[in-house]
Ligand binder design. Sequence first.
Ligand code: WAQ
Ligand code: MG
Length: 238
Amino acid sequence: MSLFSVKMRSSAEGVHISGAERIVEADEVADVCAAMSRRALSHSKGTPDSITVTVAAIDGEIMRVPALAITEAACEDPREARDTVINTLAPLTPHAADAWELLTGVRDMRGAILFHAETGHRLEPDRARGVRVTSLDAAAATGQRPEAGSGKARVTEALVLASKVAHHPSVLAEVCISDDPGYTTGYVATKSLGYVRVPNMKPAGSAVGGRLFIVDGRDTGGLIHYLEHTPVLVGDTE
Ligand code: WAQ
Ligand code: MG
């Protein structure tokens, strides 16, 4: 059965606002394009003056990985969120506090920071843009496809991305803070701990937001290729 990649990105005056991607069957393509456009136009970060939707057939086999298990940490404020994230990263890198400082200082990146566990150095080729994870979706039969733009869709999309990322052997952990000023729940994820939701990651109203992957630095080129180009369906594995 042939599958299609549907990608959307929106911007205003050249500044990125939102993006989305699905991997769907042919008869879903039209509806998905419409839903993505609607969602781009109602983004809380602003009204776009440009929305680009791209549809491309996927050839070859699709990789399937299981979804990470979801849990939630109890954090009353950004200070407790910081402690939770740093405690999770500390066994993986001696530079856990630096990773938190870096992530809470960025905004308007389209992709993620690659943070070298051993040295604390950044490994992504373009530091303004970061590395963008694409070619991913929830598998069709998981029942995990709530209406785009709903709160549930946000968590599902994040879980799908985190599951693709965590599955790569060079990724030790991911930390994410939404760039939406009204959405303060983020997460920290590892393959063994799963997807840990972290409330109050930033103060309400803050434009801070980004993603940071703690990586072992073994084959950064191969990792970037996997993140950007290897099609992955999450969940629904037998
Ligand atoms: N690849 C890499 N980085 C990305 C991507 C991507 N495909 N999409 C977004 N980012 C980066 C970019 O720097 C954004 O500013 C930042 O992540 C946050 O993206 O369980 O909404 O789409 O309730 O704002 C987490 C949900 C929601 C937690 C995360 O992220 C929960 C969210 P956003
Ligand atoms: Mg956002």
